[in-house]
Structures are given as structure tokens and as C-alpha cells.
Design a protein around this ligand. Structure first.
Ligand SMILES: *Cc1c(COP(=O)(O)O)cnc(C)c1O
Length: 234
């Protein structure tokens, strides 16, 4: 078995254990394999082990990789999720190439994605990124702005607002990890109570996957636990 296939099995076992101790159905949690900085061959290896959803942070790297994967393994339907910071001059290729975007934090970006989404691709699935750690992170919408932003984004024609995403401040303490995820879940429940039809909580990475599943994650974004340590940052 390849290293990546073995790592995927180990991650799968962690997700199953976390689901069962939380009393959740395994089907409620989708594994997004974060392939940033790894080559198309690594994606193909994960595909051979059955993985079909991949997350990328850097637009040009992602677009090149998608083409290379399609050349190496033609005809396998994959779902590509953009999970990196979005510059407003890069929204067109993001809207054209991806199935999901997890990192929308401003209305202007959402408006551009909606305008630029090719009609034949159907609505683009969206999560709003929330800054749940306050000053610790500069990314994400402020909690106070969230209800208004969510209402506005949900009204855009070529997007489908699915839920919320966050990257909490890193912590090795599972109890502390859960506090941050519980906070995101609470914001999610409040938006649903306010009438928005949301179904996605994108939270949990290699170091805090179990805590995220315990607090209700429906998509976990796992990179290094599947592909190994990243050797460069862009
Ligand atoms: C890189 C990245 C991940 C994966 O992180 P790991 O710790 O390698 O699992 C998840 N989400 C986002 C937004 C990332 O940028």
C-alpha cells in the first residue's frame, strides 16, 4: 500500500472513532484532502485509494494541478475546493474552476464570484470564513458582521451559501480546540434559526480533527496527515 493510501486509512479511522464517540453517523462528515504544495501524482495516488474531494490554496498551482490530474486520470469526476485567501482580481478563474469556495469573507468577493460563475457549471457552493479567534487571525469575517453578510450572500443568484468555515488559533489542548469549534457551531445554529438553510461546517485540520468532529464538523480539511509535511510555503 502507498504511504498516502495508508495515511488515508489512518485518517479514516480517526474520523470513524470521533464520529462514534460523538454518536454521529460517519456519513455526516466529508473528508477534504488538502493537496496544496503536493504534485498531481500525489492527488492521483489519493484517487487510487478512493478519495474524490481535494482542497487547494493557491490559484495558479491549483489550476495547473487540475489539468495535470485530468491528463493522468481522465474522466474521474472530482470535487475541487478553494480554501486559500482570495484576491479580488482572481475571482474569475476561481469561479470557473472550483466546485466550492470556503474562504469568502466579504460581500464584494461573493458578488464577483456570483457574476463570474459560468452558468453551465451551476451554482458555486460557498462557506463564509469567520474569524473566531478575534485578533489572533486577520482572516475571516467578524462575528458581528456575519448575519448581514450571510443574508446578502445567500441572496446572490449563482452562489449557494452552504455554511461556515474557520481556522481557529492552533492549540494542542483538545478542550481548547473544542471551545473554538463550539463557537463556530453556535454561529451556524444561530444563522439557521434565523431562516438560512445551511448544512456545512467546514472545520478541523490534521491537528484538531477529532475535536472538530465532536463539535459537529461536516467537512474536515486534512493536509499533512494525508500527504506528509509540506516543504514550502508560497
Ligand atoms: C493547509 C490548510 C489545511 C490543512 O492543514 P493540515 O494541518 O496540513 O491538515 C486546512 N485548511 C486550510 C484553510 C489550509 O490552508
Amino acid at each position: 500500500m502507498s504511504t498516502i493510501a495508508g495515511n488515508l486509512q489512518a485518517v479514516e479511522a480517526t474520523i470513524q472513532a470521533a464520529c462514534s464517540s460523538a454518536g454521529r453517523d460517519r456519513k455526516e462528515v466529508q473528508l477534504l484532502a488538502v493537496s496544496k504544495t503536493f504534485p498531481a501524482e500525489a492527488v492521483v495516488e489519493a484517487m487510487a485509494a478512493g478519495q474524490r474531494a481535494f482542497g487547494e490554496n493557491y490559484l495558479q498551482e491549483a489550476v495547473d494541478k487540475m489539468a495535470e490530474v485530468a491528463r493522468l486520470q481522465p474522466g474521474v469526476p472530482l470535487s475541487w475546493h478553494f480554501i486559500g485567501p482570495i484576491q479580488s482580481n482572481k475571482t474569475r478563474p476561481i469561479a470557473a474552476s472550483f466546485d466550492w469556495v470556503h474562504t469568502v469573507e466579504r460581500l464584494k468577493i461573493a458578488q464577483r464570484l456570483s457574476e463570474q460563475r459560468p452558468p453551465e457549471r451551476g451554482p458555486l457552493d460557498i462557506c463564509l470564513q469567520v474569524n473566531i479567534s478575534g485578533e489572533a487571525s486577520k482572516s475571516g469575517a467578524a462575528e458581528a458582521e456575519l448575519p448581514e453578510l450571510a443574508r446578502q450572500v445567500a441572496a446572490l443568484p449563482n452562489l449557494r451559501l452552504r455554511g461556515l468555515m474557520a481556522i481557529p488559533e492552533a492549540s494542542n489542548d483538545p478542550a481548547q480546540q473544542r471551545v473554538a469549534f463550539a463557537r463556530l457551531r453556535r454561529l451556524f445554529e444561530d444563522l439557521k434559526a434565523g431562516g438560512l438553510a445551511l448544512d456545512t461546517l467546514s472545520m478541523g485540520m490534521s491537528g484538531d480533527l477529532a475535536a472538530a468532529v465532536a463539535e459537529g464538523a461536516t467537512i474536515v480539511r486534512i493536509g499533512s496527515a494525508i500527504f506528509g509535511a509540506r516543504h514550502y510555503e508560497q
